[in-house]
Ligand binder design. Structure first.
Ligand SMILES: C[S@@+](CC[C@H](N)C(=O)[O-])C[C@H]1O[C@@H](n2cnc3c(N)ncnc32)[C@H](O)[C@@H]1O
Length: 196
């Protein structure tokens, strides 16, 4: 496995538990920022009746391609080159848009674009599922998340843990209503939005 992520290995099972509650037979999932593809590989194997469409920025596609070729199941579609900075959805609509640990990596503007893109790509009553850490009332949920936020900003000042309330407002403006906010292991959340 190239570009292996221990975090993705640790969180794939609790994420699958939440994802599984929303998957209907034959559901189509678009993943944004698939990285090494570990979630794509795990979810498509755990849920053989769904179709998983991974995506990643062009520069990182070779790693994703290699991992999917080695470990992927037949219900994973060929990955899409998708950079939030310059992508508009023009394909068939999907049931779920899923992004893990992307909102705090990209700038606020690209995070907003992710949510808007989800609204463009989702079927009526489709779901946007955002996994990662968030702040509430301007506060980090734990000291370790505050330390993580500083580490992110030292690397890239445009990145950082986002405010839950701001993400909910962006989603609302895009026609997506908050449905669930699940507390997840290691100080993360799974925010689930539904197309109104
Ligand atoms: C922390 S990694 C998460 C990877 C994977 N989803 C996981 O949970 O292990 C953040 C991902 O966001 C992707 N990303 C960063 N900027 C992006 C952009 N402008 N458009 C699309 N994806 C982007 C990165 O390439 C990377 O795969």
């Amino acid at each position: 496995m190239q570009g292996y992520s221990q975090a993705a290995e640790n969180n794939k099972i609790p994420i699958a538990d939440i994802l599984g509650r929303s998957l209907t037979l034959g559901a189509s999932v678009l993943e944004i920022g698939s990285g090494s593809g570990q979630h794509a590989i795990h979810m498509s194997s755990a849920f053989p009746n769904i179709t998983w469409l991974p995506s990643e920025r062009k520069a990182l596609m070779p790693v994703l391609h290699a991992n999917l070729a080695m470990h992927g199941s037949s219900n994973i579609q060929p990955p899409l080159a998708l950079d939030l900075a310059d992508f508009t959805w023009s394909d068939d609509l999907v049931d779920i848009v899923y992004a893990a640990n992307v909102m705090h990596i990209v700038s606020e503007g690209l995070g907003e674009r992710l949510v808007q893109l989800a609204a463009e790509a989702l079927k009526p009553s489709g779901l946007l599922m955002l996994y990662g850490p968030y702040k509430y009332d301007g506060r980090f949920t734990t000291e370790s998340n505050a330390t993580f936020d500083q580490w992110l900003k030292d690397r890239d000042p445009a990145s950082g843990i986002r405010d839950f309330e701001a993400v909910v407002a962006i989603a609302q403006a895009a026609g997506l209503a908050l449905k669930e906010d699940y507390g997840m292991p290691a100080n993360n959340q799974m925010l689930v939005f539904q197309r109104a």
